[in-house]
Design a protein around this ligand. Sequence first.
Ligand SMILES: Nc1ncnc2c1ncn2[C@@H]1O[C@H](COP(=O)(O)OP(=O)(O)OP(=O)(O)O)[C@@H](O)[C@H]1O
Ligand SMILES: [Mg+2]
Length: 367
Amino acid sequence: MSLSRVTVTAVRNLHPVTLSPSPRINILHGANGSGKTSLLEAVHLLGLARSFRSSRLLPLIQYEQPACTVFGQVLKADGRLSNLGVSRDRQGELQIRIDGQNARSAAQLAEALPLQLINPDSFRLLEGAPKVRRQFLDWGVFHVEPRFLPAWQRLQKALRQRNSWLRHGTLDAASQAAWDRELCLASDEIDGYRRAYIQALKPVFERTLEELVELQGLSLSYYRGWDKERELNDVLAASLSRDQQMGHTQAGPQRADLRLRLGAHNAADILSRGQQKLVVCALRIAQGHLVDQAKRGQCIYLVDDLPSELDEQHRRALCRLLEDLHCQVFITCVDHELLREGWRTDTPVAMFHVEHGGITQTHDHRE
Ligand SMILES: Nc1ncnc2c1ncn2[C@@H]1O[C@H](COP(=O)(O)OP(=O)(O)OP(=O)(O)O)[C@@H](O)[C@H]1O
Ligand SMILES: [Mg+2]
């Protein structure tokens, strides 16, 4: 799948623009502050109805403008076209349209346009809180396992019920026991999907990493959120008084994590910034391969400031892996000379120059 057309209106400093990107490699280059990241943000808005730069969408809307809008025409793996639109106004109204219909949730967008983001903040996947790694994991599970989302929604409902009961004790014991059973069933189901996913991801990740960088002894493992030797029901019973004190449930899939270790150490404590970036790239590229294998179409990669932190050899290796994914990729950089050469002759590469919010195509992939 790829975006065959993107129309952006009133996103940060960008002039109204319609682009016809290459189905494969797209390079956006320009000076600092010209609007490169803003274009990636616009595509991100189209795929996830949110920004990656701030938790709020308001800063995304161009000064003096009432709303920002992004439209995209998606060419799907089966050759059909789909039209997506996301609009956000200053009052907070978010409108999502998929093929002329209002969409109820951002999950429908995510399904229609799977996006992978690699940007200078990506090291947070290693250094940040477990929540960041859970989001990474669940992105992958969501895109390869259709039963994941309903199970996750059941878990959230049961968890809200239990946490409210822990704080206010509103239900009788028998009714709460029924909710706990539901919680445990949904938890086991989610754990099963996540485990299967990690099992499939690991070898692909290891292969990808090997092609990118030499890092002996890097291991990826999964923590399910509670003791692997015990049933969740027993863990919940044993920690009831502590849960009541804390006012929320301590154990369960809402506490799952991925662990990346280098020998005996936490990888984030040992790796250099460039190595961290390469590990994150390998994880995200591996996810793209799994989405592809699951025949759910390919995802689209947004790589902000690709050359940063990387020397020439690693930059080339990363470009080669992105190229070999056969996905649509949007890459930004300040100096396009670094990325101009090295692509295979049959790979369609489009170049765009971004200047003071205006975007002009300088090299057409059809030329
Ligand atoms: N809501 C807004 N309205 C208008 N302009 C904005 C808004 N928010 C940010 N800007 C401006 O938009 C410009 C584009 O920023 P952007 O981050 O896209 O640049 P960039 O090309 O990625 O730069 P860099 O190479 O430094 O990463 C900046 O000059 C910023 O000040
Ligand atoms: Mg930028």
